[in-house]
Each structure stands twice: as structure tokens, then as C-alpha cells.
Design a protein around this ligand. Structure first.
Ligand code: HEM
Length: 180
């Protein structure tokens, strides 16, 4: 998993819960990196799982809710560091529909070691889009949050439902309904 995902995560933990909490979750985890991350490095996904699980235990906030909060922070960081990837989109549906064939394709060129999810568009009309998320990381809540942030960026109201296709959440169907 790319370092930017870790550095932004720890920055948010510090902002919301303080530096002592950053130290605490690092110390509670068994990290090959010793908790030292650079945005361009690549680290084991299991390190992120440990950090977020410990944060959840220490704060009594579910991992899903933490991922939703994190997605807000991460989205801002991603578009700040790669504005040219999103600047020309005029509509949130178009942006989301382009993750698979444009945005994440470019991400893969910048970070060849990135392990990205796939998003297959199963149905699309003017107001509704059905997308199938697949990733062995099962970070679908992060995906939901990033989708919500995309709509927020364009100030377009939306309702997003999802159905887990399997128990682990490595395959999840998103139903995106635009509300205007
Ligand atoms: C400027 C826009 C974007 C950039 C630069 C970007 C970049 C990235 C990067 C660097 C990762 C980490 C990959 C790794 O650690 O190996 C990632 C993961 C991810 N991205 Fe994007 N992304 C963008 C937009 C989006 C949007 C709009 C969505 C909405 C659904 C999305 C969904 C995800 C998900 C769910 C993951 C987690 C990995 C997984 O589930 O397997 N991304 N993205």
C-alpha cells in the first residue's frame, strides 16, 4: 500500500486525536516500517489494518466510521497532490465513471507498485449508476466515502447504497443515485 495512504492517515489521527494517539497505535502494532512512512514509499497493507483496528479499539469508533472520516481527508489530499487528474471533469458521475479507465490508470503510472481496486460500471443512466467494486483489501467504506466526497466537490446531492456480494466485502455493488 502506498505511503501517501499512511502519511495522510497518521496526519488525520494527529489532528483529531493528538500525537499521543499516533504514538499509541504505532506502539500497539507490529510494524516492519516501525511506523516511519514516506508518501512515495510502499508498505504492507497489514500495517494499515493494524493501525486502524487499534485506533478503533482506543476510540470506540467502528473501523467503517473511521474509514468514512478518513476518506474526507484523503480525497482532499489526493486531489491536492494530483489536481490535473480531476480538474477537467465537470460532473461527479463522469469523474466516478472514469476512475477505472483514467484516474487510477494514471495513478498506476505515477506509482507502479500501487494496488488499486477495480470499478466495473454495470448500469448508467443520467441519474443513476451501478458500479461493482472489487479488491482483496475490502476497503469499500473508503470507496463509499471517496464517492461522497466526489459529489460534494461538485455540490451535487447524492444517495449512495451498497450491497456486499460476499461476506468479506471484496466484491461490493454500489448504487449511486443523483438527487438533482
Ligand atoms: C485524484 C483522484 C484519485 C487519486 C490520485 C487516487 C489515488 C489512489 C491511490 C494512490 C491509492 C492507493 C493504492 C495503494 O495503496 O497501493 C488509491 C486507492 C483507492 N482508491 Fe483511488 N484515487 C483517486 C480517486 C478515487 C476515487 C474518486 C475513488 C472513489 C471510489 C477511489 C477509490 C479508491 C479506493 C477504494 C482505494 C483503496 C484501495 C482498494 O480498495 O483496493 N479513488 N487511490
Amino acid at each position: 500500500m502506498k505511503g501517501i495512504i499512511f502519511t495522510e492517515f497518521l496526519e488525520l489521527v494527529e489532528e483529531k486525536f493528538g500525537l499521543a494517539m499516533v504514538d499509541k497505535i504505532i506502539n500497539q502494532s507490529n510494524l516492519e516500517s516501525n511506523g516511519i512512512y514516506t508518501s512515495v514509499g510502499t508498505y504492507e497493507f497489514s500495517e494499515m489494518l493494524q493501525l486502524i483496528t487499534h485506533l478503533s479499539e482506543n476510540t470506540d469508533i467502528s473501523v467503517d466510521d473511521l474509514l468514512l472520516v478518513y476518506s474526507e481527508h484523503l480525497f482532499k489530499a489526493l486531489i491536492k497532490s494530483h489536481p490535473y487528474l480531476v480538474n477537467h471533469y465537470k460532473d461527479p458521475m463522469d469523474l466516478l465513471a472514469s476512475i477505472e479507465n483514467h484516474i487510477h490508470v494514471e495513478v498506476k503510472k505515477i506509482y507502479p507498485e500501487a494496488q488499486l481496486p477495480t470499478f466495473e460500471i454495470q448500469r448508467r443512466t443520467k441519474k443513476k449508476m451501478v458500479m461493482l467494486y472489487k479488491s482483496d483489501k475490502a476497503l469499500y467504506m473508503l470507496g463509499k466515502g471517496l464517492m461522497l466526497e466526489t459529489f460534494k466537490l461538485f455540490d451535487v446531492p447524492v444517495h449512495i447504497d451498497f450491497e456486499k456480494i460476499n461476506e468479506q466485502g471484496t466484491e461490493v455493488r454500489f448504487i449511486i443515485n443523483r438527487k438533482e
